[in-house]
Design a protein around this ligand. Structure first.
Ligand code: GLC
Length: 694
């Protein structure tokens, strides 16, 4: 691995430091070196993690299967990630979150873990992992691992022992086994479709197992753990310590809201098959419904052993919830539908308090981010309350789509709720479970198609130009917001979903489990293009001609990273420029006592025109999501601007570095639709005096 680092010249570095310090002062922060350590109270909130690096970080999700393949098997691996560390350093990210790389039968792409303290040989070895941590740290990049505590793989030694030990054994107490001679223990369905209860007898052939079931909220190969059994938290303490001791800086907590179930396991309102009423048109109705029920597209394969005939009758709300509210939106839950006896139970908070203490016992501000599809914002912010987890993915932001009022509402609600608990708000537009945002935004609101469930060759195809312009604009807007931002691999290339992936190549069992109605998540997981040409577009980094695990579309080379590096206006260079300016101006940082989001137009005058404008220190971050140009005069009035302000970055034109007046003039006399800009407006820093710590 080469340790290339972009070393700025001494003079440039000095200038950058000066600018950064003066910016910190404007923002009411003394300077990085004097940030207080330890427990402090800011505006009534006492926390021990006010100085956490993760508060303002840009965290890049590596999906190891699809990032870079070094060992020529068509599947990405850790050595592939090591090879691309320079690329990530040049992009300017602060941390990498790695989706699971543990030993696993890969029934759910690695979210079915059979050994939490090792590496799947397909992805490498523990030595590779250590090299990755060392290499990343040498470049100033942190490493976060994905912890999957709701369930194990059925191949985990605990589950194998549980099957062998029989009813009533201590081994079975680690999972959720129930006896029900007739029917199933309750009416729960798997998030992936089909019942959530699997009969034990077919797996053991032991007559004493007749009438016994085990719970699997996800695939039948992913039995749920029993977090009421003290052995389970004790085990995960060891897992967390194992990785902390290996030098990781944080964790992403899978299904954080699902680990504890309501006492007595009462029936839910959804019933045993979420997909039973999916649309016949492959429009992804079921997936939308699932997302709206506060989960997202999951899968269970034909190997799950749950025959389709077991599918039960649909719920009344399925079809009502299938309509998207805006392009790129994920249907919002109809009042309270996210409340389920297996989500967001009070008991989860005990676990996170325990983990907080464990992580706080280490140096380096180790952190954990919750994957918690929970609403409303107050319940969601409970996961990041003092003494619990450090951040949670802002799925309300992701779910709002290309809809300025919805985005504004989601931003205000989430930042206010986070402010109350002293947590940074996070921002995220894509991940491995949802259709890439460059494609979600590529559909007009009235097109009558909901892309949320995945897109196939016979579905309406996206307007990729529109999607890319919108994605660039909203990504730039997002990266200018205070708090932590998450980037899903490939979005920095403007990568779209693979919308014509041959159905026979699909590996996300959502496709089978939904009776071929929801295409699922494969389209967002296609191996990355690194080179414009050649076998697998450089995904296999040696250039060997091996089949990537999912086929890439033939236009993939147009998005290749190496070509984008040379094109000044490429999406990659837009992200690079944005991250650089973000760092110089500390845009990720919320000054103590400042609200997480400060709207420039408290009167919502810009908002009414679908223009969102946030004051972030002495930078104003704007996006025009409307269909009309916002004329220069109106913009100046709203921003209190004269035209002499500097445009720092624009989504249509990387590195404009020119006066706002000139920029607007050359863009038809205003801020064009589908465009975001960052403006340096020293006249309006709008930052209160530094707060004294109470
Ligand atoms: C999380 C993961 C998803 C996985 C599920 C079950 O939601 O993001 O990919 O299928 O958990 O582990």
């Amino acid at each position: 691995m080469s340790m290339f680092r972009n070393e700025p010249s001494q003079e440039a570095a000095q200038q950058e430091r000066k600018a950064a310090n003066s910016d910190l002062k404007t923002r009411g922060i003394s300077d990085t070196a004097t940030l207080n350590r330890g427990t402090q109270t800011h505006h009534g909130v006492t926390r021990d993690d006010w100085d956490g690096w993760w508060r303002e970080a840009v965290i890049y999700q590596v999906y190891p299967r699809s990032f870079a393949d070094a060992n020529e098997d068509g599947m990405g691996d850790l050595p592939g990630v090591i090879e691309k560390l320079d690329y990530l350093a040049a992009l300017g990210v602060d941390a990498i979150w790695l989706s699971p790389f543990y030993p696993s039968p890969q029934k759910d792409a690695g979210y079915d873990v059979s050994d939490y303290c090792d590496i799947n040989p397909t992805f490498g070895t523990l030595e590779d992992f250590d090299l990755l941590v060392a290499g990343a740290h040498a470049l100033g990049i942190k490493i976060m691992c994905d912890i999957v505590p709701n369930h194990t793989s059925d191949q985990h030694e605990w589950f194998q022992a549980a099957l062998a030990a029989g009813p009533g054994s201590a081994e079975r107490e680690r999972y959720i086994f129930r006896y029900q001679p007739e029917g199933t223990p309750n009416n729960w369905g798997s998030i992936f479709g089909g019942p959530a209860w699997e009969p034990v007898f077919p797996h053991t052939g032991n007559p004493v197992d007749e009438g016994w079931y085990y719970l699997h909220l996800f695939d039948v190969t992913q039995p749920d753990l029993n977090w009421d059994n003290p052995e389970v938290p004790a085990y995960f303490d060891r897992v967390l310590k194992f990785w902390c001791d290996r030098g990781v800086d944080g964790f992403r907590i899978d299904v954080a809201h699902g680990m504890v179930k309501a006492p007595g396991l009462p029936d839910d309102e959804i019933g045993p098959d979420r997909y039973a009423d999916a649309g016949e048109d492959g429009s992804g109705a079921a997936l939308s419904e699932q997302l709206s029920a506060n989960e997202h597209p999951e899968n269970s394969g034909p190997a799950s052993g749950v025959p389709d005939s077991e599918a039960a009758s649909p719920t009344a709300s399925d079809s009502e919830t299938a309509t998207p509210t805006a392009p790129g939106a994920l249907a919002t839950p109809p009042g309270g539908s996210n409340i389920a006896p297996y989500f967001d139970q009070p008991g989860v908070h005990q676990i996170f308090k325990r983990w907080h203490k464990l992580l706080a016992g280490y140096a380096g501000n180790k952190c954990a981010v919750a994957e918690a599809w929970v609403e409303p914002a107050e319940r969601f912010a409970a996961y990041t309350a003092p003494g619990e987890l450090h951040q949670a993915f802002n799925f309300a932001f992701l779910a709002a789509g290309w809809d300025a009022p919805a985005l504004r509402a989601a931003m205000t609600a989430s930042s206010q709720a986070n402010d109350r608990v002293g947590a940074p708000t996070t921002w995220v537009l894509s991940n491995h479970d949802v259709v890439r945002h460059a494609t979600r935004f590529a559909y007009q609101a009235d097109c009558g198609f909901d892309p949320a469930g995945g897109i196939g060759v016979d579905n309406p195809q996206p307007d990729t130009g529109l999607g890319l312009a919108r994605a660039r604009a909203l990504s730039l807007f997002m990266l200018g917001l205070p708090g932590a931002s998450y980037i899903y691999q490939g979005e920095e290339l403007g990568l779209p979903e693979h919308t014509t992936l041959p159905d026979e190549a699909r590996q996300d069992p959502t496709w089978y489990r939904s009776n071929y109605r929801a295409r699922g998540r494969d389209g967002a997981r296609v191996p990355l293009p690194w080179q414009p040409e050649g076998p697998s577009y450089g995904f296999t980094i040696t250039g060997a001609d091996c089949q990537p695990w999912l086929p890439q579309p033939e236009y993939w080379g147009e998005y290749a990273a190496s070509a984008q590096e040379k094109d000044q206006n490429s999406t990659l260079n837009l992200y690079r420029q944005a991250l650089k300016v973000r760092k110089t101006h500390h845009l990720g940082r919320v000054a103590a006592g400042q609200p997480g989001i400060q709207w420039v137009d408290q009167d919502q005058k810009l908002g009414e025109r679908w223009v969102l404008a946030v004051q972030n220190g002495d930078v104003q971050v704007l996006i025009n999501m409307g269909e009309n140009l916002l004329p220069t005069g109106d913009l100046f009035a709203a921003l209190d601007a004269s035209g002499a302000e500097e445009v720092l970055v624009a989504s249509d034109q990387v590195q404009p570095r020119e006066d706002l007046g000139k920029y607007l003039e050359s863009h038809g006399g205003g801020l064009p639709p589908t465009t975001a800009i960052w403006i340096k407006n020293p006249a309006k820093p709008n930052v209160e005096e530094p707060q004294t710590h109470e």
